[in-house]
Write a protein that binds this ligand. Structure first.
Ligand code: GUN
Length: 302
């Protein structure tokens, strides 16, 4: 039997429709959520992602501003630009696209984003509060999107055995924190496997839900999946394909066709996790705008 395909594109469209309605209601109250994206350098994949984020924001009525900066920008100047956005009352969410070019100190730049405007959920205060189980916190977009996708497709992680492959700050670690939280979208039993895990297959075969986020095609093969398990593929890899117009195609970390024959449900690449990440960024921006208003800060202070 072939697995259910969990369409991130479809679920993200529902979310964006709901958000557009919410943003319109906020605008009637005089609050227009504002998102600033900062892109340093010319990496084509990063440029494409940031472009998609801004277009998606504009489509739901979020005021969006893209700041393009040269690859060789001085760290102090970049810091100054982030601080300018931190003080700007029209901006409620700040996203600095990663990775930043060497030798810029990524951690220093991320720490300059006020936690209340940190729509990526990468500031140490937000990371810490999330790992303590807080619910009123801005949490990273990709893992939050995955939880939403699991719940909306009928695969609530509560009480399930989840194995995450990959321990990055952007996906693996916050994914574990979210799934461990008490309450909605959490309450899972969580294992995080990584490049130093011996016999990865023995670990993933235990899982009711496997989430793969390592950035390497073919990481999860059919023999590593328990029959009927849910498989979430976070990888977005470009592989050469001369038969396509661009000369490459996108593929995930999962051996899709073979795993599909074993799994109960699976996300495709593209059209799986990617659209959920973007929809969640918009949701985080609206959450930030609301919270800043409630705190009486209107986006101006930390
Ligand atoms: N680079 C890859 N994924 C992300 C993300 O979710 N946020 C940011 N800021 N940069 C990224």
């Amino acid at each position: 039997m072939s697995a259910q395909i969990i369409s991130g594109t479809e679920i993200a469209t529902q979310l964006r429709t709901d958000l557009a309605r919410e943003v319109a209601a906020l605008a009637d109250e005089g609050l227009v959520p504002g998102l600033a994206t900062v892109l340093v350098g010319e990496d084509p994949a990063s440029r494409a992602y940031v472009g998609m984020k801004n277009r998606a924001a504009a489509e739901v009525g979020i005021h969006s501003r893209q700041i393009d900066l040269p690859r060789d920008i001085d760290e102090e100047e970049l810091l100054g630009r982030v601080e300018g956005l931190a003080a700007d009352p029209a901006i409620h969410g700040i996203l600095v696209q990663l990775p930043l070019p060497d030798p810029i100190d990524e951690a220093r730049i991320l720490a300059a984003i006020p936690p209340g405007k940190d729509v990526d959920g990468f500031h140490p205060v937000n990371v810490g509060r999330l790992s303590q189980g807080a619910h009123d916190v801005l949490a990273p977009c990709t893992p939050r999107g995955i939880v939403e996708m699991l719940v909306r497709s009928g695969h609530d992680p509560a009480g399930r055995e989840v194995v995450i492959v990959g321990r990055s700050n952007i996906v693996g670690r916050p994914m574990a924190s979210l799934l461990l939280r008490r309450g909605a979208g959490g309450d899972a039993t969580v294992t995080v496997a990584h490049s130093r895990t011996p016999d990865l297959g023995a670990v993933t075969r235990r899982a009711d839900i496997v989430i793969v986020a390592v950035g390497r095609p073919g990481t999860l093969t059919a023999d590593m999946v328990k029959p009927g398990a849910v498989v979430i593929d976070v990888g977005v890899n470009r592989v050469d394909d001369p038969s396509t117009e661009k000369g490459y195609r996108l593929t995930g970390d999962v051996d899709f066709e073979a795993v599909r024959a074993v799994a109960g449900a699976i996300t495709p690449v593209p059209g799986g996790v990617g659209p959920m990440t973007i929809a969640t960024l918009l949701s985080n921006t609206v959450q930030a705008a609301r919270s800043l208003r409630e705190a009486g800060r209107n986006g101006t202070s930390r």
